[in-house]
Ligand binder design. Structure first.
Ligand code: HEC
Length: 175
């Protein structure tokens, strides 16, 4: 009886090791043969997109929770910075993204819609740290937290903002 049990256990261990070897070999084949197409002219496969999006959302949610916005944030104070550093990728009310941004994969979303999916602290975290392998830059290394909070607060205003109001904010450096 005992012998039978230990041979079942050994069989299971050998089976699991076999599966790991096959998975590892498949991974190495993909890495070394060029089988995976990195071209941005191809859309992501549904499974790749799902894996990226789900990892992305949970990762941001988990890390942003510890950041608390400062008191007295004036959202419109972030308008000029948004227009100078974000609009060409993410568009704005009444303003399209730059033509080349539509060639990115993932394509930068219009924040007039996407901003509603994120908490203020999550937008702050996204701008401060960026997103690896996506084209979303980290602004933390070059901008202080105060500036980033102002931009994040402005982003959270975008879904409710009219094109006229958007155009009136941010001064002359805005394009
Ligand atoms: C060079 C293009 C580029 C620039 C510049 C850029 N972003 Fe992004 N951003 C991206 C891309 C690409 C993503 C990831 C989209 C995805 O994975 O769906 C992204 C994602 C985001 C997201 C998450 C939205 C979502 O639902 O995916 C926010 C919020 C964001 N960016 C804010 C900003 C802000 C604010 C600025 C300016 C300070 C900025 N970005 C500048 C390309 C850019």
């Amino acid at each position: 009886m005992n012998e039978r049990r230990s041979s079942i256990v050994l069989g299971l261990i050998a089976g699991a090791a076999g599966v790991l070897v096959v998975l590892g070999a498949t991974g190495l084949i993909i890495v070394y043969t060029g089988a995976y197409n990195v071209a941005a002219t191809e859309e992501h496969a549904a499974v790749t997109r799902w894996a990226f999006d789900t990892t992305f959302h949970h990762s941001v949610e988990r890390r942003a929770a510890t950041f608390v916005p400062p008191d007295g944030l004036t959202p419109t104070a972030g308008a000029a910075a948004y227009k100078a550093m974000c609009q060409h990728c993410h568009a704005g009310p009444g303003v399209e993204q730059a033509e080349w941004a539509s060639g990115m994969r993932p394509r930068p979303p219009h924040l007039m819609e996407a901003a509603a999916d994120w908490e203020l602290s999550e937008v702050f975290w996204l701008v401060r740290h960026g997103v690896k392998m996506s084209g979303m830059p980290a602004f933390g290394p070059t901008h202080d937290d105060e500036t980033i909070w102002r931009i994040a607060a402005f982003v959270k205003e975008l879904p409710a903002m009219t094109p006229e109001r958007y155009a009136s904010l941010g001064g002359s450096q805005a394009q």
